[in-house]
Write a protein that binds this ligand. Structure first.
Ligand code: SF4
Length: 469
């Protein structure tokens, strides 16, 4: 399961905007670990520095010092559209002169192929194979006179998920799609303004949360102040997986602290799937809070039998199976002194392909665990995501073709219990109709094609480059 990028933006004429963006991206590193980038403007010049790697690997003192100005946007990427390569790093910068914009995107545009072709036919050139460049060129292609009109034009044509930070020479914009799939919040910092995927980024740089940017809303920030604009919205589709796994536990989304929601998921699991055991453990870090919730509700002692190497990054950092296999060993070290002879309840956020869980259970058994009872904070994942999460194709999802008892046997657990959808909604404790839960139900908030290809723009981008030479 891959996160789908983190975005940030800052308008603060008296601050070191590139360094603050660096620290904010650092806080959002969990949302994307393939590449990172920052773009700044001083009102005349727009500069960008981006490269493959983690935030700490990409930026140096020298590169941050060269990024001057009063506005900045930043991006951490995990590729959900277009491959992981240097030409696809963000922020994407397009246009010329005063018509130049930089765009950072979290989400996935499902009609990107169609729009890409239309824009190519109209003479727009593409350097990347990302849907972000489609968004940027779509904005530029509008005949509306001002930026708000141009962004609205693009929003009315884009289908899918997009939380954006956009920068022109003098204005910062925060934009959220009408479904509101991915989070985006607005904050204040010493008279300036910041926009971030998650509130944890604001906490780390000393900013206060002003509000969450609404589905279909455009927030514009410049020397004239802050203004809000919006397009019509219909059905909502906030990704419920943000609560289960993607977002950091110290972020607040829709007014709900993620840590508390996850703890409630664990408590719900203890009620729905009780078991006699000696020890409860959450798989660190994403299921730690759920493990606490299970232990409190069940009365079974909480323990730590798996120590995580926090400097390895997430297991799925590399998209290839061989590296993923190695990743589990690199990431967790079991404690035989804690596990030996114990009946263990192991709480995790999800089972996607079913490739990681058997390895973790194997680690516990080899360390002496007598029984391993697996508890999952979500219902079985049966449908792929088209809204910015690269989880797997439907064929790869283990629950799409195996029953729960078959999955239990496949992963080598003594028992397996998934939280019900009702139990998940109860744990999140927000109105059901604001959510997308399509990966469990198949009920997508807008129509999708199940066989969509995340690299669909790749060949088209290459062909375009050839024709330009
Ligand atoms: S399909 Fe699943 S992962 Fe994708 S947006 Fe909906 S809830 Fe989130």
């Amino acid at each position: 399961m891959h996160e789908s990028c983190g975005v940030f933006g800052i308008y603060a004429p008296n601050e070191d905007v590139s360094r603050l963006t660096f620290f904010a991206l650092f806080a959002l590193q969990h949302r994307g670990q393939e590449s990172a980038g920052i773009a700044t403007t001083d009102g005349n010049r727009l500069q960008v520095f981006a490269d493959m790697g983690l935030v700490s690997q990409v930026f140096s003192e020298e590169s941050l010092s060269s990024l001057t100005g009063s506005i900045a946007i930043g991006h951490n990427r995990y590729s959900t559209r277009g491959s992981s390569r240097i030409t696809n790093v963000q922020p994407i910068v397009v246009g010329e002169g005063s018509d130049t914009i930089a765009v950072a995107h979290n989400g996935n545009i499902i009609n990107a192929e169609y729009l890409h072709k239309e824009l190519c036919d109209r003479g727009y050139c593409f350097r990347s194979s990302t849907d972000t460049e489609v968004i940027a060129n779509l904005i530029l292609s509008s005949t509306e006179k001002d930026w708000i009109g141009r962004i609205k034009y693009a929003m009315n044509r884009l289908k899918g998920a997009y939380s954006l930070t956009i920068m022109t020479r003098d204005t910062l914009f925060g934009v959220r799609d009408p479904l509101g799939v991915r989070p985006l919040c607005l904050g204040r910092l010493n008279g300036g303004w910041v926009i971030a995927s998650e509130s944890c980024a604001l906490d780390h740089i000393g900013a206060s949360v002003e509000k969450e940017i609404e589905p279909g809303e455009i927030v514009s920030i410049n020397a004239g102040g802050v203004s809000s604009h919006s397009i019509a919205v219909g059905r909502r589709g906030f990704c419920i997986f943000e609560y289960i796994y993607f977002a950091r536990p110290d972020s607040v989304i829709n007014g709900r602290l993620l840590y508390q929601a996850r703890q409630a998921m664990g408590a719900g699991l203890a009620e729905e799937h009780p078991v006699d055991a000696d020890l409860v453990m959450g798989v660190p870090d994403s299921a730690t809070a759920a493990g606490v919730g299970y232990a409190i509700r069940s009365g079974i002692p909480l323990g730590e039998g798996l120590i995580k190497n926090r400097y390895v990054g997430r297991t799925f950092i590399e998209p290839h199976q061989r590296i993923r296999d190695l990743g589990v060993k690199l990431k967790f070290n079991p404690l035989p002194q804690v596990l030996s002879g114990k009946r263990v309840v192991l709480v995790d956020d999800s089972i996607v392909r079913g490739t990681t869980t058997p390895k973790v259970i194997g680690l516990l058994r080899r360390a002496g665990a007598r029984e391993v009872h697996m508890r999952i904070c979500a219902p079985p994942l049966r449908y792929p995501c088209f809204f910015g999460v690269d989880m797997a194709t439907q064929r790869e999802l283990i629950a799409a073709h195996k029953t729960v008892p078959e999955i239990r046997d496949f992963i080598g657990a003594d028992s397996l219990g998934y939280l019900s959808l009702e139990g998940l909604y109860r744990a999140v404790d927000l109105p059901k109709d604001i959510f997308c839960a399509a990966c469990f139900t198949g009920d997508y908030p807008i129509p999708v094609q199940l066989g969509m290809d995340k690299l669909a723009l790749e060949t088209k981008g290459a062909a375009r480059q050839v024709s330009l030479m």
